[in-house]
Design a protein around this ligand. Structure first.
Ligand code: 3HC
Length: 696
């Protein structure tokens, strides 16, 4: 009979002679929720009080070591014991405590290891301090103990990037003392034996001094002031790492205060919404259940989109048959895919020695009949219904029974496409975002007849491609592009009425968007929007104020943005400079329309833009195009560069409140009652005081 004492449900102590093995068993990821903290503290106190164990080894059960503090506890009243206090108890233990880490040791998980007297990694281990991705900083000694063990530059790098450090680097940098193989319990037992034999040394991290590096601290602080002025926790990280020069208690106190201050910010709430939202979008019945195979995928179209989709599949290890109509198109597709794969190698996303094997999984062809054996086809050709009809009709007769037929259309009616086949249940929309091998969003569009296992396979594909699959219903533009089509008009109205394109961009970049809408237009190519406006010219609602006057005039000059060197901005000298000729166009358009320009404060620009986005997002939730507000939020975070720290448009909307949003819309409607209309859902929320979070 093994001698096992259960400290509580999640923590046990197993005795093997002089050795005590402390096991953490808190599935799925051994997060350090309150019972784990309490159990660990009690285990160490018990061993020290009894005094008959000569060494203790902490390890974890299941697929990974500790993934950090329990994120679900954040934002709620804190429960004792606090993590840093537990780790001090471990570090101060007179019985030496070692730690064996496998899988991922993140945040509080790594900090637990650092408070032990020696650390052993199991092959494949990755460690990291990802708190910054949650709007936080390491709050249980990470900013104090990493610099002591691995130096200030490494501590700054890890806690400011949140990146995962592999076992080899962790060993080189001194974060772990040894790398081993095997089952965590066996490794823990052996390592504890080595401590007793004197072949594994133990020491307290707090007894080490942080090697001084004021230059790294000062340069990083200056860089952050310049590049991340609007963020809260990065600046606190530098302050806390600097405090690692101080004795443990003083340094930890500074770290603790910075952690508590970060916890109070809306940035933390937004980023934690993003963390759970990313997982919630596929935590729905439609994403679960039986799936169909995904052993070979066909992609039709070797343009930017098709090549990006093919690249994404190849990088996920799925063989691809790429179909084009003409040899030059096929050659271009192959060249783009090769360039994308080479890019993945140079960015460290793919090991160089795997490049040829990955490219070897691509079968280019001019014969659509070669799609006879694929499990899923993704069509990525022109956005023209007659072209799609023709392709889906052919696919229906070529593809094997049970094969899934998907369209990457960004706005066309999936039901109309499905109707061209005798198997509408096998048809769905898979809407990728450009560049498709980089952008993580995948809208999974459910047709009226899409079979449940076809939909679930869409989610399985998203997972394989490491994308965030979001369920959307059929409508013009689905979730993202439909909302975009609405709010992008506001940017044009603001310019017509008096703001400059640069002011609009600057204001929205200040809000947190990586690029303002005019810079995005220049990057994507202004001709794309121009073509759409021309296509939709006949359907234009005469009561709606036209938003394309300035953009049309720019395009008529052949200025399509970056690719022509000229758009809203000039790109001759690298950094964009406002195009003075655009200012003249704007003046002329205003004069034609009899508009007297007025000034807009940056706040006003942000409020109008965001209120427009929220209005259409609310309608998308109300009519069921998106299942829940969180689905809209994730579409914007992963497909539209929405600032992660704001959580998404509807999470942000809750911070404003429905009543205020309604008041704003009513005020704007005095200028343009056609465009600004209160969505009924928002009116109801303003009345009953409910929030979008209530609908998640
Ligand atoms: N707290 C609570 N729940 C967590 C969690 C955590 N730290 N980490 C993961 N989970 C949950 C997920 O929400 C998910 O729940 P679900 O099944 O109900 O959706 C489940 O655990 C499994 O997670 P994943 O689906 O993400 O599993 P993967 O195997 O893909 O990834 C992982 C595992 C790499 C550990 C990933 O979950 C991860 O990155 N977790 C977050 C790590 C992190 O940010 N840690 C820092 C926390 S803050 C901290 O420690 C503060 C400290 O300094 C004081």
């Amino acid at each position: 009979m093994a001698d096992i004492h259960q400290v509580n449900d999640l923590i046990s102590i197993e005795r093997e002679g002089d050795i005590a093995l402390i096991c953490i068993d808190n599935p799925p990821v051994n997060a350090t929720g309150q019972p784990v903290r309490e159990g660990l503290q009690q285990a160490i106190e018990k061993l020290n009080a009894e005094g008959n164990a000569k060494v203790a080894a902490i390890y974890a059960a299941g697929r990974t070591f500790v993934a950090g503090a329990d994120i679900k506890e954040f934002g709620k009243p804190p429960k004792v014991p606090a993590l840093p206090d537990v780790f001090n108890v471990i570090e101060d233990s007179t019985v030496p405590v070692i730690c064996v880490m496998h899988g991922t040791a993140l945040g509080g998980g790594l900090e637990l290891g650092l408070s032990c007297h020696a650390r052993i990694g199991i092959e494949g281990l990755r460690v990291g301090l990802p708190e910054i991705n949650l709007g936080l900083l390491p709050g249980a000694g990470g900013t104090q103990r990493v610099p002591r063990l691995a130096g200030i530059p490494m501590a700054l790098d890890m806690s400011l990037s949140g990146r995962m450090v592999d076992a080899k680097e962790a060993l080189e940098k001194g974060l772990i003392d040894r790398l081993d193989q095997g089952d965590p319990r066996d490794v823990a037992l052996k390592a504890a034996q080595d401590v007793l034999d004197g072949t594994l040394q133990t020491r307290r991290t707090c007894d080490l001094e942080t090697p001084k590096d004021d230059t790294a601290l000062d340069e990083t602080a200056a860089m952050l002031r310049k590049k991340q002025a609007h963020m809260f926790s990065p600046h606190k990280i530098v302050e806390a790492v600097r405090a690692s020069y101080l004795p443990r208690a003083e340094g930890l106190a500074i770290e603790r205060q910075a952690f508590i201050d970060s916890m109070d910010t809306p940035q933390r709430a937004g980023m934690i919404h993003a963390f759970f939202g990313e997982r919630a979008v596929s935590n729905i019945p439609e994403a679960k259940g039986d799936t169909r195979p995904l052993d070979r995928i066909g992609v039709i179209g070797g343009g930017t989109m098709g090549s990006g989709i093919a690249t994404s599949c190849l990088l996920a290890g799925i063989p691809v048959t790429l179909v084009e109509v003409a040899q030059d198109g096929l050659d271009r597709g192959i060249a783009t895919i090769t360039k994308n794969i080479d890019g993945a190698v140079s960015r460290g996303k793919l090991a160089g020695d795997k490049r040829d094997a990955v490219l070897g999984m691509l079968t280019p062809t001019l014969a659509m009949e070669d799609l006879a054996d694929v499990d899923l086809v993704i069509e990525a050709v022109f956005e023209q219904m007659d072209v799609k009809r023709d392709i889906f009709g052919k696919l229906d007769s070529i593809c094997k029974p049970g094969a899934i037929l998907a369209s990457n259309t960004s706005y066309l009616d999936i039901n109309e496409i499905a109707a061209c086949t005798k198997r509408p249940a096998d048809v769905l929309g898979l809407h990728f975002f450009s560049p498709a091998h980089v952008m993580r969003l995948l809208e999974i569009v459910q047709g009226a007849e899409t079979a449940p296992d076809v939909l679930a396979t869409g989610f399985a594909l998203a997972k394989k491609l490491k994308k965030v699959g979001v369920l959307a219903q059929v409508c013009d533009g689905f979730i993202g592009n439909r909302i975009l089509a609405h709010y992008s008009k506001v940017a044009s109205y603001l310019v017509l009425d008096g703001a400059s394109p640069q002011q609009v961009d600057d204001a929205l970049e200040g809000f947190g968007f990586a690029m303002g809408p005019h810079k995005v237009g220049d990057l994507a190519g202004l001709d794309i929007g121009w073509m759409t406006r021309k296509r939709k010219a006949d359907d234009r609602d005469p009561a709606e104020r036209y938003a394309g006057d300035v953009a049309d005039r720019i395009c008529e000059n052949g200025w399509f943005g970056r690719k022509t060197g000229k758009g809203y901005y000039l790109y001759d000298s690298g950094a964009p400079v406002p195009n003075p000729e655009v200012a003249t166009i704007i003046d002329e358009v205003r004069a034609d329309k009899g508009i007297t320009p007025r000034t807009f404060a940056d706040e006003d620009i942000i409020d109008r833009y965001m209120t427009a986005m929220i209005s259409e997002a609310a309608r998308v939730v109300e009519d069921g195009t998106a299942k829940r507000p969180v689905d809209v939020d994730m579409v914007f975070l992963f497909g539209y560069g929405f600032p992660r720290f704001r959580g998404g448009p509807l999470h942000y909307a809750d911070s404003i409140g429905a009543a205020e949003l309604v008041a704003r819309i009513e005020a704007y409607a005095k200028e343009d009652p056609h465009y600004w209309q209160v969505p009924p859902i928002l009116a109801r929320m303003a009345k009953d005081g409910s929030t979008f979070a209530d609908l998640n």
